[in-house]
Design a protein around this ligand. Structure first.
Ligand code: SF4
Length: 744
């Protein structure tokens, strides 16, 4: 039985969506006398059906971690010391307000990390903070891993968040590039228990085909795996598109009436014949043709690409070509193909006029030093250091980080370390004193995960199946803890000149009233009355659910959803399999799929020029591991135990040629002065000439307090990666396929 509130008297069981990765599994958390005594997958969860991975159990360690901050810290006489919330906010007001008054809004930057998307209070209120700060220097993890897909989706379908995902439950041919859902359970694709779903796909006669420079855990369970030279995905994909045209395999089916630009695509990929790209890809021309034919011949199939296809210099082209393939083969928006989820709340592609919209634009402003264009309101995260370190008007002098550790997660980590040390003022909203927040002048600790209620704001728009699930708080909030949305509203109040003493609940009321007036017009008073009794993120959630595609429309559709109804279903509300949504989902000005956006066609000439680039001595790629996710889970004992994970994977033949044995240290050098040393692990799963090192490690900095992580700190991959390498369209960092030299 699942309880809805904690009891200190006897063990109770609570439902909680896991916030540790994009899979969003429903968990059952058993609590006794205020302590977590057991965690398991929630069998009754309508979406994850009892699945849990090793990270899910670590929620207990996370809650009990003695290093997790529970009180604000303020720097006094050079050291961070415990302080009250009032003291912390007063210090921020005292230091930040005059700085911005003196140097302008752009002097204050924001850095938003990946965990923001996993906490309702953070995700819904960081946008308010960004608006209040008003700086063009907004940086986030999006330009480290996913912006290419958001940009290509925006250009093709009219909305940044209209990202099609495989309908895996009905698929019989799934071609996957640069993705390892056996370790991740999906990324930009929420698919808990990928292993079970892949097994079911194969059991019904379907095929899983993986293309990756490493024979990943996903490749191990696939029907076929093809090595590809890192960074060559764009050539493979273009050649597959070429083959579809050449062999008259283009059959978009019922999408035909909704496509602009088919001929332009055909002409643009003409130079990318399978024979022309085979050597660059390391895949035979006939294999490339067979991949195209198999995709075209699949009754229900699609191509899915993820982080490896985004984190390369042609990231946006790869993301685009993947969906071009899906469109041309009739697999987009078709059951078993790549489909658009319809989220119950917060999804921009369910709002406004169906079937048409403004589309997306980039470059509304540019970065000061490099002139890189804004994308989705952000500048590339890799530019943060130069914006801080380069003197002149508009220089960044102060920073607010929210759940962000760019010293470990962003290329050029050493430069960032140096840059943060030189800031005039820095505030961090974070639960850890880590490699980045050690530079802060004030640290404001977020609430414990189990003390927050939760709804996945972003992931239902990326889910393999439509659903709505809500988790009430499992544990009562600890004395002295402050909800993150209130922390962010305090910062909003300070940025707006309302002062550190501002009443954040009143400010929340004002902001919601303004939202409702904008959205509901004359109905605003009635809408506000219907939302009465709630505040903070739960009020925004209730409003979004009621106004959403399945909502009760504030009484006009009484059978529809609202927060009370979703909360009354502890395992969530199943909203069914993914359904075709074209043309309704489109938000392009033409009301059609833009298959040939001009900026992408133009960028193909850059790819053509790189077609014959020679292979570097070694290409460096990252890797995802099931017990880790970015930089912040290495302090949890249940995940930290076991074999060393921060190892340099290398093919045995390459190691032998260098005189390296397993366990010995190899030096990876990008250029003189830019190198790391890591222990070698041998694996014939690596393509010869390719090495792999996971990111998020390097927990050996003085001043951080991550006692478990520090015992086996690993090395920082981002200390060697090159912050000057970007996909020019999306601004995304190049993390994959970087040319390096390896030595013993
Ligand atoms: S896969 Fe693991 S970490 Fe991810 S949501 Fe599920 S239990 Fe949590």
């Amino acid at each position: 039985m699942i309880a809805t509130a904690a009891s200190a008297a006897q063990p109770t069981t609570h439902y909680r969506i896991c916030p540790l990765c994009e899979a969003c599994c429903g968990l059952e958390v058993q609590v006794d006398s205020g302590r977590v005594i057991r965690i398991k997958g929630a069998e009754g969860d309508v979406f994850s059906h009892g699945y849990i991975c090793p990270k899910g159990y670590a929620l207990k360690d996370l809650h009990e971690d003695p290093d997790r901050l529970r009180q604000p810290l303020v720097r006094r006489n050079g050291t961070l010391q415990p302080a009250t919330w009032d003291e912390a906010f007063e210090e921020i007001e005292r230091r930040l307000v005059p700085l911005v008054a003196r140097h302008g809004k752009d002097a204050l930057a924001l850095s938003l990390g990946n965990p923001n998307v996993h906490k309702m209070g953070l995700l819904l209120y960081t946008s308010r903070l960004a608006r209040a700060v008003g700086s063009k220097n907004i940086f986030s993890a999006s330009t480290l891993d996913q912006m290419p897909k958001q940009l290509s989706s925006g250009l093709m379908f009219g909305n940044w968040f209209s990202v099609p995902v495989p309908d895996i439950e009905h698929c019989d041919y799934l071609l996957m590039l640069g993705a390892n859902p056996m370790a991740s359970n999906g990324s930009l694709w929420t698919v808990p228990d990928f292993r079970g779903k892949a097994k079911a796909l194969r059991a019904r006669g379907g095929q899983l085909v993986v293309i990756d420079p490493r024979r990943t855990e996903t490749a191990e369970v696939a029907d076929a795996h093809h090595f590809i030279r890192p960074g060559a995905d764009v050539f493979l994909l273009a050649a597959m598109v070429h083959t579809l045209f050449e062999e008259t395999l283009v059959e978009p089916g019922c999408l035909s009436d909704w496509i602009n630009g088919m001929n332009e695509v055909r002409d643009a990929v003409a130079p990318f014949t399978p024979a022309a790209v085979a050597q660059r890809c390391g895949i035979a021309a006939e294999t490339i043709r067979a991949l195209a034919r198999n995709l075209a011949g699949a009754k229900r199939g699609c191509v899915y690409g993820r982080i490896g296809t985004c984190t390369q210099t042609f990231g946006t082209l790869c993301s685009w070509l993947i969906d071009v393939l899906n469109v041309l083969t009739g697999h987009l928006d078709s059951p078993g193909g790549a489909m658009f989820p319809k989220a119950a709340a917060f999804a921009a592609n369910t709002m406004g006029k169906p079937g048409v919209g403004k589309g997306v634009v980039t470059g509304r402003h540019s970065s000061r030093v490099s002139g890189a264009p804004e994308v989705l309101g952000e500048l590339p995260a890799t530019l943060m250091a130069e914006e801080i370190l380069t003197a002149g008007p508009g220089q960044v002098r102060a920073l607010i980080t929210v759940a962000s550790n760019p010293v470990l997660s962003c290329p050029g980590g050493e430069n960032l370390d140096q840059a943060f040390a030189g800031l005039e003022f820095m505030v961090s909203v974070d639960i850890y004193l880590n490699e980045t927040t050690r530079h802060a002048d004030v640290i404001l600790p977020g609430t414990a995960v189990l003390e927050d209620s939760h709804y996945d704001v972003a992931f239902p728009a990326l889910s393999y199946r439509n659903h709505a699930r809500f988790s009430p708080a499992v544990l009562a909030r600890s004395a002295g803890a402050m909800p993150e949305w209130q922390i962010l509203l305090k910062l909003v109040a300070i940025a707006q000149g309302l002062g550190a003493q501002a009443d954040v609940l009143a400010l929340d009321d004002q902001l919601v009233a303004a939202d409702v007036a904008r959205l509901a017009g004359d109905h605003a008073p009635a809408v506000l009355a219907a939302l009465a009794g709630r505040q903070g993120p739960e009020r925004l959630l209730d409003m979004a659910l009621r106004n959403g595609p399945y909502g009760d429309q504030f009484g006009r559709k009484p059978e529809g959803l609202n927060l009370d109804k979703v909360a009354a279903a502890p395992g969530g509300v199943d909203l069914g399999a993914l359904q075709p949504r074209i043309p309704e989902v489109l938000r392009t000005p033409s009301g059609k799929i833009e298959l040939a956006p001009a900026s992408l066609l133009a960028d193909l000439s850059r790819a053509r020029a790189a077609l014959n680039d020679p292979a570097p001595a070694f290409s460096l790629i990252g890797r995802r591991e099931v017990r880790s996710n970015n930089s912040w889970m290495h302090n949890l004992p249940v995940l930290a135990k076991g074999p060393e994970r921060c190892t340099l994977l290398m093919h045995p033949g390459d190691a032998a040629a260098l005189g390296l044995a397993a366990g010995e240290l190899a030096t990876v050098t990008l250029r003189p002065g830019r190198q790391v040393q890591a222990p070698v692990a041998l694996s014939d799963a690596m393509m010869p000439g390719v090495i792999s090192l996971p990111h998020g490690w390097g927990h050996d900095r003085a001043g951080a307090n991550l006692q478990v992580a520090a015992q086996r700190p690993g090395v920082n991959l981002n200390a060697v990666l090159d912050e000057t390498l970007r996909d020019p369209l999306s601004g995304n960092a190049v993390l994959s396929g970087v040319g390096v030299v390896v030595s013993a």
